[in-house]
Write a protein that binds this ligand. Structure first.
Ligand SMILES: C[S@@+](CC[C@H](N)C(=O)[O-])C[C@H]1O[C@@H](n2cnc3c(N)ncnc32)[C@H](O)[C@@H]1O
Length: 309
């Protein structure tokens, strides 16, 4: 089934697809729901007794694709209740039924359609495209002004069953040549273990209280993941590691740290992330730390060169 794309996003998405068409040699195809290596089961702790989650149906290797899926619909990021309902009316009966089968955990004032968009939608950052046609740019007094949207809300019905964890074991990536999203394992996952993704980034730098507040504000749920369920000394240790991580990230970003301290900072980050249980973050492998450090050195060189000019 082709996705329903809101009229205001169609030209931009065509541009994105065309400008990524040359990547298509490596594209996956949509996985067959019957072959996906997970089963849906209820998870009483996550969103009440009616809430479902995806559990590994067999052992999964790190990096293994779990589900590859095309969106059911793509809507603007900001949407009023009546706009969402008008778009819903334009969808096919099959697509409407698929959307309505998903969970609605949003405040009741959003209604049945926008509530499902809020509960299940991915707010995806759209890649920039350079093609200057199809109404993506307009002329204004100062020349060309971009009017392309930077984000859009995508709903992937099978992927939408995957719950959030602050120690997720899976991640997602979109192939822009065909709009397919793949969720893949970032650590080995054993049969029966819940498959989880992170609903928003940078949570690794946040304490439990900060994560709870952020997830509640953005997604309207009280996170019940294994990390948010820690108590006593274990919770204090986890919060402590995350505070230090935040200090290091802010220190490096300030550009004020000496080169040797940056390198030490990256190494400490790697240790803390591993202690915290984020074994699956490939960017903090040995090669990743070295690569990140070299990138920082290059950035410093460029900054110093432009300051000297
Ligand atoms: C995209 S849906 C995930 C699948 C959903 N559990 C279902 O039954 O279809 C998001 C909703 O699941 C629940 N949820 C997901 N992760 C959770 C977590 N870590 N803790 C508590 N509830 C969670 C919340 O109600 C959230 O609004």
């Amino acid at each position: 089934m082709l996705p329903y794309i809101a009229p205001s996003l169609r030209a931009h998405l065509v541009n994105i697809l065309l400008s990524h068409a040359s990547d298509s040699a490596s594209i996956p195809t949509e996985s067959d729901p019957g072959d996906d290596p997970y089963v849906l089961r209820s998870t009483v702790t996550k969103g009440g007794s009616a809430s479902l989650g995806a559990f590994a149906a067999r052992d999964l290797d790190r990096g293994e694709p779990i589900v590859t899926e095309r969106p059911l619909c793509i809507w603007p990021q900001e949407l009023e209740k009546d706009e969402a309902e008008a778009m819903f009316e334009q969808m096919s009966d099959v697509a409407k039924a698929e959307l309505m089968a998903l969970a609605n955990a949003a405040p009741s004032n959003l209604g049945e359609v926008l509530g499902r968009r809020a509960t299940n939608g991915f707010n995806v950052e759209l890649p920039e495209v350079e093609m200057e046609w199809a109404g993506v740019y307009r002329e204004d007094g100062d020349g060309k002004a971009e009017i392309s949207p930077s984000h859009a809300g995508f709903i992937f019905p099978r992927i939408a069953r995957i719950n959030h964890s602050c120690l997720n074991n899976a991640d997602h990536a979109i192939d822009w040549s065909n709009l397919l999203m793949t969720v893949y394992a970032t650590t080995p996952i054993t049969e029966g273990q819940e498959i989880t993704i992170e609903y928003t980034s940078s949570l690794i730098q946040r304490t439990r209280a900060e994560r709870q507040a952020l997830l509640h504000e953005s997604f309207n749920f009280a996170c019940a993941c294994e990390c948010c369920s820690l108590t006593g000394d274990e919770l204090a240790a986890s919060d402590g590691r995350r505070k230090v991580l935040n200090d290091i990230v802010e220190g490096i970003a300030s550009g004020e740290w000496a080169r040797a301290d940056v390198l030490k900072g990256f190494e400490r980050m790697k240790e803390l992330i591993e202690e915290e249980g984020y074994v699956g973050m490939p960017e903090f492998s040995e090669a990743g730390v070295t690569g990140a450090y070299h990138m920082w050195v290059q950035m410093r060189k460029q900054r110093t060169a432009s300051e000297d000019e």
